[in-house]
Design a protein around this ligand. Sequence first.
Ligand code: WT7
Length: 651
Amino acid sequence: MKNIESKLKEKRVFKPSEEFVHQANLNSRTLDKLIKKYKTDSSLFWKELAVNEITWIKKFTSVCTGRSPFFKWFEDGTLNISANCLDRHIETDKKDKIAIKHVSEDNQINSLSYNELFSKVNSFSSGLKNLGLKKQDRVIIYMPTIPESITAMLSCARLGLIHSVVFAGFSSESLKDRINDCSAKVVITVDSFKRGGKFIQAKETVDRALAMGCPSIQHCIVYKNSSEEINFDESRDIWWDKIIDTNDKIITPEEMMAEDLLFILYTSGSTGKPKGIIHSSAGYLLNCLLTNKWVFDLKDDDIFWCTADIGWITGHSYVVYGPLALGSTILIYDGAPTYPDGDRFWKIIDENQVTVFYTAPTAIRTLMKLGDELPKRHKLDSLRLLGTVGEPINPEAWIWYHKTIGKENCPIVDTWWQTETGANMIAPLPGIYPIIPGTCTKPLPGIEIGVVDSEGNEVKDTKQGGNLVIKKPWPSMLRGIWGDEERYIKTYWEKYDNRFYITGDTARKDKDGNVWIMGRSDDVVNVSGHRLGTMEIESALVSHKYVAESAVVSFPHDIKGEAIHSFVVLRDNFKSYAGKQFADELREWVKIKIGSIAKPDRISFSTNLPKTRSGKIMRRLLRNVARGEEISGDTSTLENENILNQLKDIH
Ligand code: WT7
C-alpha cells in the first residue's frame, strides 16, 4: 500500500457529531459499564449478553469451557438460529416489517416482510426435509445474493443442516473440491444469473463440477432465476418450485446444541488447499448480534446495505445472520457496481433510502476513480453511517468516502476481522471513538488483542509492528478446520504454544492504543478484498502441462490494493511459448482452475527462478522485482544471478 499512502498523509481526527452521539446504541457510559463488567468477571459479561440477545430453547449453564485451542461456548444450551432470525420476530409487530429488499440488476424490486420470509423458509425447509437429509448433513449453496439463497441458508439452519456457501464466481474445479472436502449431499443453485448485463451459467458450472466426480452428491436443487435453457438430469436435478410446500406448513425448528455447526466457509491459507472454516451456532450468533448493534448502530428504522456477496463471511454475518436476528431491514443487490453506470450504488442508496452502508475499500477506490460527478447526481442524505472491510483503507479513499458519500456527516467504521473470527473484532464504536483514517481503532468490548514479537511478548515500540494475535477465546471464534484438526492447530495456535489465536496479520499499536493493520505475515494476498493463497495460484499454474515452476507474489495496486505477479518457468520443450499470447492463455487457465478473482495481473517468464544454494525460491527478491524496488538484502546466496534481468520482462 506504500504508493497509495504516500499520496496523502491524513492525520486529522474525526469526531462523531453531537447528533450521532446522542442517538448511538452504545455511549461512553454504557461502554464503561461493559468494560468494567468484563474486567471484573468476563464469564458473567458473556453470560448476560448471551441471555439477553439470544432466544434459547434451553438455557445454558456453562459459559466458556474446553482446553486451548478447543473452546466451547454455552455448551449445554439449545437453540435454533432460524428461529432467532424469524420466529421470534413474527410473534411481534415486526411481522410485517420488511426483512429483505432485493434490487436486481434490472432494477426489479422485491420486498419480503419477516412473515413472508418465514413462509418461504418453511416451505423450502419442508422440501429439503423430504429429501431425507439428517441433522449436520452438508449442503452446498452455489447461488448469487438473492432472497432464495438467504432462504436456503435459513432453511438449512432450521433443519440443523450445515451449509457451505460457495461464491458463485468460483470455477467448477473449485466447487468440486469444496463439495468433496465436506462430502455434501445436496447442492443448491440457480439456472443462471445476470451480472454486468450478461448471463452467468451457474448450473452449467455445477454440472461440470459434478461430472468431475462428486460421489456424495445425491441431488442438485435448481432455482429458476432466469428464463435461460439449461441441461436437466432428471435422476439428480430437482426444480426448487417442485419441492417447496405451498400449504403454509410450519416446520418446527430443530433443537440444536449451542456447539452444533452452523456452517463451513472455505477460505485461502498458505497451502494450495483452501480451508473449510467451521462455525458454531450460538457463539457465532452472539458476536454477530452484538456487532450489528454496537458497530453498525442498527436501529429499528434502519435500512442496512452491506454490499458483500453471501459467498463471503461478510455476507453471512452482516447480510444474513446478524441483521436478521436483530429484526432489521436489509437491502441486497446482486448486480455489478457499475451497471448500467458508475453511479449505480448511489442511485440505489437514494431510491431506497439506505441509512447504513458497508462496502470494501476496493469498491470505494473504483467508484472514486470514476469522478465526483457521479455521486453528485444523488442526494445521499439518507445515509447516517458508513463502513469498510477487507483490507486497509488508504487515507485518500477514506476522505473521499467521508466527504463525497458521507457529506462529512457519517462516522466511518473501518472494521477488522476475518472469516475465522466470525464477526468484527477491532472496529470503532461510532458514537464514542474519534476516528483517524487508516486505523480500525480498538478491539471491541470482550475482545483482547495483542501485537507480539516472535517470542510472544508485547511489542512496546509504537512504530514497530508485530504479529496480531487474539489473547482470549471469544464466542464467534472458528471451531476448527473441517476434517483437519492438525492444520487448525498448526496454522492458528502452535507458534505460541496454544496461548493465543494467530491472525496471520501484522499490525502496530499507536500510543493511544489504536491498531494499524500492516499486512499479512503468511503467503496470503489480498486482491480487491478477496483472500487468496499464493500457493493456490502456484498450484493452478504448475498444473498446466507447459509449466515447470512458478512463484506468485503481490504488488501494490491503486484500485485492488494488492495485485498478483506470477513468475513462470516453462518446461524445456515449451520454452518458445514465453510471451504475451501464452500469458493470456495462462490467465484463462487460472480462471478455469480457481475463478476470475485469481487471474494474475502480470506474468513474467524466465528460464529459472532466483534460488538460494539450497534450492529455496527467493521470494523477497521476487517481491522487490514485482514492486519495482531496489533488490534489497543479501544476494550472495543467489545461485543464478543472471536471470534477474529476465524477470523484468512482464506480460
Ligand atoms: C483478512 C481476512 C472479514 C471480512 C472480509 C475479509 C484483511 C480484513 C480489514 C481491515 C485491514 C483487513 C486482513 C484479514 N482485513 N479487514 N479493516 N483493515 N485489513 O475476510 O477473507 O477472511 O480476510 O482481510 O488481512 O486477515 P477474509
